[in-house]
Design a protein around this ligand. Structure first.
Ligand SMILES: C[C@](O)(CO)[C@H](O)COP(=O)(O)OP(=O)(O)OC[C@H]1O[C@@H](n2ccc(N)nc2=O)[C@H](O)[C@@H]1O
Ligand SMILES: Nc1ncnc2c1ncn2[C@@H]1O[C@H](COP(=O)(O)OP(=O)(O)OP(=O)(O)O)[C@@H](O)[C@H]1O
Length: 281
């Protein structure tokens, strides 16, 4: 039996540069992990099957699960004969913009690497993983990174300084594809290089001043409750409130624990799913 932790990620920046010929968007973004984690366990089986176990009612346990797809790809690539049982304890909200499924897939690449004693590098696993999703290579490494291309090219950054993150998820699900499809890219000046500098310098104020997400305007137009939540979080004392990924989760950053408790309690009044976590990066 082997265990892996799969953390959620937030985007500190998300610049959309242009639409590419392959249908994806060229992006530049700074991503960092937070301590809201799924827990996965991996156990060998004799019968060649990939079995996903999850008690969460909305987590698919068949081929639609990204962890299943990762296990299948690992088996094919490294000619693994045995099967695997993957148990997923789901704590990251689903379809939330927090890369929950991508992080489970990434944990499966790492977990099977250990379980079957493959001794492959994280670089090799990240390279393999990109065929399943743009966010997965980042999740293979975790930490903090500047991601470019369609999100799969990773430049590691140092851990950002300590900060509290309040996450609030409205009770709607947002399709990443739908949001990218409605996007008009390249409308705002890119901020990710400045964010990479701010993170490297450990400059909290510059991090706050540089945060931006080009997908926010698209999601807010379709779902006005997301915009309301961002405004509510800012009014309740977040140093900066912004949407993560394609949404609908909104997060606010603060530095002091008492501010974090205050913000958490304020948000609990208007939103069912609220989490108080820390930057892990
Ligand atoms: C919104 C983010 O989560 C920010 O980190 C990512 O950009 C999305 O990453 P992801 O969920 O891993 O996305 P994928 O599974 O690769 O792609 C889902 C859909 O999003 C769109 N997509 C995704 C990434 C990208 N750079 N450009 C795109 O246009 C494509 O329509 C694609 O069909
Ligand atoms: N392991 C998994 N956990 C959760 N959802 C999964 C998983 N595998 C596949 N899915 C499917 O993927 C869809 C998106 O879920 P996920 O939680 O990964 O979204 P997300 O956090 O918005 O992802 P991203 O931020 O990468 O766009 C869900 O509708 C779900 O059916």
């Amino acid at each position: 039996m082997h265990f892996e932790t799969a953390p959620a990620k937030i985007n500190l920046t998300l610049d959309t540069l242009y639409k590419r010929d392959d249908g994806y968007h060229e992006v530049s973004m700074v991503m960092t992990t937070v301590d809201l984690n799924d827990q996965l366990s991996f156990e060998k089986r004799d019968d060649h099957k990939i079995v996903i176990i999850s008690e969460h009612q909305f987590v698919p346990t068949d081929q639609r699960n990204l962890a299943y797809q990762a296990a299948e790809l690992m088996r094919k690539t490294y000619r693994i004969q045995e099967g695997v049982t993957i148990t997923i304890e789901k704590n990251i909200p689903i379809a939330a913009g927090l890369a929950g499924g991508s992080s489970d897939a990434a944990a499966t690449f790492r977990g099977m690497n250990v379980l079957f004693e493959l001794e492959r590098s994280l670089d090799e696993l990240a390279e393999l993983s990109k065929q399943l999703g743009s966010d997965i290579p980042f999740c293979v490494y975790g930490g903090t990174a500047l991601a470019t291309g369609r999100g799969e090219k990773i430049r590691h950054l140092p851990k950002p300084l300590n900060a509290w993150v309040i996450l609030a998820k409205p009770s709607i699900s947002v399709s990443t594809r739908t949001i990218y499809t409605a996007l008009n890219p390249g409308q705002q000046a890119p901020a990710s290089n400045d964010m990479a500098e701010a993170v490297t310098a450990g400059d909290y104020q510059k991090i706050i001043d540089t945060m931006k997400n080009d997908l926010e305007v698209v999601t807010c137009e379709k779902y006005p409750e997301v915009k309301k939540l961002i405004d509510n979080m800012a009014a309740s004392g977040a140093d900066k409130a912004m949407m993560s990924g394609s949404g609908p989760t909104v997060f606010g950053l603060v530095q002091k624990e008492r501010q974090a408790i205050h913000l958490y309690n304020a948000l609990r009044g208007c939103c069912n799913e609220v989490y108080r976590v820390r930057l892990l990066g």
